[in-house]
Write a protein that binds this ligand. Sequence first.
Ligand code: ADP
Length: 299
Amino acid sequence: HVVVVGSINMDMVSHSRRLPAPGETLMGEAFVMAPGGKGANQAVAAARLGARVGFVSRVGTRAHGRELLAALAEEGVDARGVQQDETALPGIAVIMVASEGGENSIVYVPGSNAQLLPADVQAAAPLLQAARVVVAQLEVPVPAIRCAFEMARAAGVITILNAAPALAEGAELLPLCDWLVLNETEAAQFAGLAVGGLAEAEAAAQALLARGPRQVLVTLGAQGALLADAAGLQLLPARAVKAVDTVGAGDTFVGGLATGLAEGMSPVEAVRLGQAAAAIAVSRSGVQSAMPRRSELQP
Ligand code: ADP
């Protein structure tokens, strides 16, 4: 099975014609509340694709926390590794979207995600050690991820770090990664190189590969993904689809990659599973609600 160690939060999204100016009150057109957080998103993506998924996280059960737990259960994600904190608020993302032009402004309040401790990860040791693949992102504290990856490594479990957001503290995890997955911007930031075209992405991938991971995968949006490993570099093109909403493409991709690796696929096959799932997700609006089930992936 796959174990995801990461964040969970509620996204609160308002849609208005334009974004308000400081101090201004605007009438909105719509409001949607939906579960999010890179950790929860990747867990749901993998579960929809047929993986057995365990989630290790910390959720404040005040306010909307219980709804977040109910949503995980509905997706069939095993939440025994989720610590529930009755005194804390869950993570909340307040998102304003302008219907004219699609611009957005976001305030992210991490809440209980910032309190995930190595001890919480230790408590989920049996789940982690029995996994085939462990996945983490950088929306929870690095010491917790380090604890999970050290445990995974000792048990021969494949580790995937999705270095999003590209926090500098995450660099200490590179020697513990089998896979490092990041988008173009994150790859450049993480490698300390210029953001640019394919040549810059290749340089970043190679620089990051030298720092420990066995595979570095740089996602390039509609262009696809660049895979770097000991054998060299290869560009795996994305499927051509009409993109409607690309938010969450990376999370769907990582969920698919983890699912493929847990099924014993080769690196390239697992990347293709992630790409096929992400192509469907970007052709629909929403994040978790746009993620496909395995049955939709047949050619
Ligand atoms: P992120 O959401 O982290 O910025 P990307 O935008 O690079 O990640 O997308 C991740 C993967 O999703 C890509 O490698 C690609 O396979 C797929 N994808 C993203 N955008 C598109 C698109 N417009 N058309 C087809 N596939 C896409």
